[in-house]
Design a protein around this ligand. Structure first.
Ligand SMILES: Cc1ncc(COP(=O)(O)O)c(C=O)c1O
Length: 396
């Protein structure tokens, strides 16, 4: 691998790594005609389901389309409500808004900034169709609490696992903790499939079949040997000898290609190593920043496995610099790509236009005044980590 300078490693908040294995897998697919959903897609889906401990996995073009399909599988539409966190990439919400659902934003736990099950229960109404927890920054939500509320009220849970493929909660993998799970393999994620991509997981046969159908235009294809043709005497001989198509509903084309899946298979083999590298680097940074006045380090749930998609620190209320100045100094003077993932979704223009406003999620609204996300990825060297820790300390 090429030598990466400190500056480069810290200039990006993410660090995907492709190697010889992915190159060879890609060449293999090219020599095979590079199909759409071919053998590599099926192999990737089987391997991913086995990895997560779910009965089914289906590749999709992104987590956004995976969330859309999960919503379609539940029949979500106008008049239905979906409860989610306001602290996520906007796709977590827009996937359901685009289906016509009304979004309800749930406040967060101030330690992890993950969905708070106590507030969650207060938002449930007879119109609630789904709860969408996000395992933010790589740490699983309080799934016992969330599933307890969901089961009590008979509501389905769609885990947004975009930040934590391979993450665990009480010995179980993310994507197997709710009724459905959705992953992102975008270029910035812990594992990647050529820029875009995603996966849907479930152990529920009905939901699997719905997603399978909507992913591919709700199209059923019957071949000449299929029984139904022989029982219908009115069918023209042309149709008996040929393929016949049925469309069950209005669907989409959200299919992944074999080229992406071949790369995904190789990335999946490396995922545990990538995540271990992330955890080790996070632990080193925490060691170096431990005891520094004015910042709170990430709180790690002891019965889980964090995948450190990002490393969040919280600045004290009396921190000598404003959050904006702190980030600006690190970015412009030290070349470190800090950010503040994310802006509260309920306060973005499209959700303000739908009637959302300040005061809906007070814990979150206070927390985002102080939280900062630092780069965390497998390419960070000890030198880069020390440089980053010193840069942060110099401002504290
Ligand atoms: C938490 C979360 N959910 C969903 C998404 C959407 O993923 P994709 O870009 O694969 O559609 C992202 C992407 O950044 C994300 O971070």
């Amino acid at each position: 691998m090429e030598k990466i300078t400190i500056k480069h490693e810290l200039e990006t908040a993410y660090g995907n790594i492709y190697g010889k294995e992915e190159e060879e897998a890609l060449i293999g697919v090219l020599r095979n005609g590079a199909p759409s959903c071919g053998k590599k897609v099926k192999a990737f889906e089987d391997a991913f389901a086995a990895y997560c401990g779910t009965r089914y996995a289906l590749t999709v073009t992104s987590a956004t389309t995976g969330l859309t399909l999960a919503g379609l599988a539940l029949g979500i539409g106008p008049g239905d409500e979906v409860i989610t966190t306001p602290l996520s990439w906007i796709a977590t919400s827009t996937a359901f808004s685009a289906l016509g659902a009304t979004l309800k934003f749930c406040d967060v736990d101030p330690k992890t900034l993950n969905l708070d099950p106590v507030h969650l229960e207060k938002l449930i109404t007879p119109r609630t169709k789904a709860i969408v927890p996000v395992h933010l920054f790589g740490q699983c939500c309080d799934m016992d609490g969330i599933m307890g509320v969901a089961e009590k009220h008979g509501v389905k849970v769609i885990e947004d696992c975009a930040h934590n493929p391979g993450g665990e909660y009480k010995g179980r993998k993310s994507g197997s903790l709710g009724h459905m799970g959705v992953f992102s393999f975008h270029q910035q994620k812990n594992m990647c499939t050529l820029g875009e991509g995603g996966m849907f997981t479930t152990s529920d046969r009905t939901l699997f079949e719905k997603v399978l159908s909507y992913r591919s235009l709700c199209c059923r294809i019957y071949g000449p040997s299929d029984k139904y043709l022989s029982i219908d005497e009115s069918v023209h001989p042309m149709e008996k000898e040929y393929w016949k198509l049925f469309f069950d509903d209005i669907g989409y084309n959200f299919r992944m290609t074999d080229a992406q899946a071949a790369v995904g298979l190789e990335q999946l083999k490396k995922l545990d190593t990538f995540n271990t590298m992330r955890r080790e680097r996070a632990a080193k940074l925490s060691n170096m920043l431990g005891g520094v006045k004015g910042i709170t380090l990430p709180w790690i749930y002891p019965e889980g496995k964090h995948t450190f998609h990002l490393y969040m620190i919280q600045l004290a209320k009396d921190f000598p610099l404003s959050k904006a100045d702190f980030m600006w100094e690190l970015y412009t003077k030290k070349g470190i790509k800090v950010w503040s993932h994310y802006m509260p979704i309920h306060l973005t223009d499209p959700y303000r236009a739908r009637g959302h406003k300040e005061g809906e999620c007070p814990v979150l609204e206070e927390a985002v005044k102080h939280h900062v996300t630092l780069p965390m990825h497998p390419r960070l060297t000890d030198e880069a980590l020390t440089y980053m820790a010193d840069a942060v300390k110099s401002l504290c």
